[in-house]
Write a protein that binds this ligand. Sequence first.
Ligand code: ARG
Length: 283
Amino acid sequence: MQVAVPQDQTRVPTTRRYLMCPPSFFAVEYVINPWMDPSQPVSVELAVQQWTELRDTYRRLGHTVEEIEAQPGLPDMVFAANSGTVVDGRVLGSRFRAPQRAAEAEHFRRWFVEHGYRDITMPEKINEAEGDFAWTGKLLLAGTGFRTDPAAHAEAQEALGVPVVSLRLIDPKFYHLDTALFVLSEATDAAPAQVVYYPQAFSPGSQRVLTKLFPDAVQATEADALCFGLNGVSDGRNVVLPVEATELGARLAERGYEPVYVDISELRKAGGGPKCCTMEIRK
Ligand code: ARG
């Protein structure tokens, strides 16, 4: 039987709401992932410039960007994705593994309270939020291995009331799920979710799970992964990627997506990219 593949794969973007924190106190002062090297100079000015460009890119694409105030002494607070997972208006806060980042969680909890959220759960287990959780529209993919405690996955399932699928990360360079996988388009009643990932970042069992769940996934190369290409942010059509991820961008374009490149070289010195800076607020 012949299956017709539409020539014109029109991807429809959906408007998103993001929460971001400017890198006003950005620094690399400690080492909690292999990308961080405190002997390398970093420029707050350049980080702010790159972050501003990322924020303005989202706004240009029609998305809403909320901002939380940066706090002195919390140089990694720019990585807002690590401080909350919001699905259907329910907020699951975070609990950091590194003591240097612990205080960030409370600032974000307060932001949600001040913005009218009432269904807020603060986790008991180590939980680095969207660093390790990816919402596909139907399932919450949950990473573990370096940061988020596997017991936090069950906690997330209870707090958010959505099915959670655990995935094991095995390469310290890809210490968060969002350095190895992201959702290109969410599942709808008409179509399954589409994801892109770097298979080698996952254990053999988790690779098999990903193949079963997403037979049509885009598999990224090592080069795509090493420049934080898997730390992209998609609205279902436009895919914000680090400027170096051109190979991945080309493959996504073949599938009807629109790569939108940003320079995040300064933020990458702390081990972060576009997604790390971007928490999605789903209602
Ligand atoms: N320096 C930060 C850390 O290691 C970077 C966090 C990046 N965030 C992310 N969602 N992967 O915790």
